[in-house]
Design a binder for this molecule. Sequence first.
Ligand code: ZN
Length: 314
Amino acid sequence: MISEFNRFFSSHSLASTYKPTLLKCLLDLGDYKEDEGSQWVKDTGDRLIVDLNFVAARFLRYYWPLRFKFKLKQEASGMRIAVYRILEKYDSKIGVKSTPPKNLMCSESLSELRKITIKDGIQPQVLGKLLNDCNIYSINRGRQTITIKKEIVDFMNANKKILESALNYMITKYLETINTHPNIAITLQEKINRTSLMQSDFAKIISGQKSRCFYCDCKGNAFAQEHFIPWNWITDTKNFNIVAACNTCNSSKNDKLPEDKFLRKIIVRNSNLTNIAYGYTTESFEKIYHECYNDYHGKDQPLWKPVQKNDDCK
Ligand SMILES: [Zn+2]
């Protein structure tokens, strides 16, 4: 059984992220009784019979942030994979602004979404193919359920963290070949810590801006720590990417990229920062800005600018 996982991790070429993502879904079987979708798992003594709805709910959930939050490409050709197309079609039905919870993905209201994912994505594109590299389950007649030995489930449960890390590493390696996002490994984590700049460092930035909003120049006394290049792209908080912004600008900008004139402005600002974070160069910052423009913000979308100028912050 371990040899099957070794065989999988030694395989060098992935055609997509489907196979490691399907295995990530199966890792959840270890504690299926306490997890969402347990109605789709039948215990027969030494085996589990798993309805593919259990897998589809998780499969969709793993891809949701990659498609909508981090906007990662899954194929070099620019063609969208089936699961992205399905998510795009049903996004308003899922109807959330952040990674959908498991209970929503397992709910009756999304049964059609799961059914299409099984029929158009999982069954034709990964269910049988994965067995060539990692033979740990069998597909039952009708292809709606799989059977997996409990000893394999127990092994996956005992080694869940290690297997998950190894699978995420595989997915990262694949996605890095087709995306310019600077921090793909972070985007695959279940929980992502979004840190803030220390207050003393932020105070220096505010005083450098003479207590005026970086974007609209209004004067105020309470500012938000605003990620100049959107956090979803840079997934890190370093002083060279943080500006002090009024609430109006902060909420209006959200995850957009500001106009080029602000890039010039922050580069000058950064040349005056005395404690700039390790690794910064003007060239690398400009490069990340342009990659974000091309691959995240979108070349067809207008760059963000402040709505209006006020003397005092609102
Ligand atoms: Zn402002």
